[in-house]
Design a protein. Structure first.
Length: 124
């Protein structure tokens, strides 16, 4: 069952400029991030990390394409989703988020948009 929008992940060309916009201008707060190998930052509203920011490759830094990396939906019942996706022949990847009890299930929609379903530890 889907519960809510979890977060949006953006690709940026300049972390400082992005932080000035989202924190300084809009009022988000930079906060903790798990030990993920790729550099990045998480920005919060209250206790929720609603915006994740990753670096964008130099060759796409001037283009709008590739700015949104993926969006995430909070969900429940990971085994049921895995079974549903397998039955439909839908490719997916399921990984545990570093240093957390969260499972991430990644898939791609028919038009190529990346979707992440986030599950609090149900089977970890």
């Amino acid at each position: 069952m889907l519960l809510s929008l979890g977060h949006v992940t953006l690709r940026c060309a300049d972390f400082a400029r992005t932080e000035a916009f989202y924190c300084g201008l809009l009022g988000l707060r930079k906060g903790p991030r798990p030990a993920i190998p790729e550099p990045g930052h998480w920005y919060y509203i209250g206790q929720s990390a609603v915006l994740h920011v990753l670096p964008r490759a130099a060759e796409t830094a001037g283009a709008a394409a590739g700015v949104v990396d993926h969006f995430a939906l909070n969900a429940r019942d990971l085994p049921a989703y895995e079974a549903r996706l397998r039955a439909a022949g839908q490719a997916f990847k399921c990984v545990r988020l570093a240093d957390t009890e969260v499972w991430q299930l990644f898939l791609t929609d028919p038009d190529g948009a990346r979707v992440e379903l986030c599950f609090e530890c149900e089977n970890g």
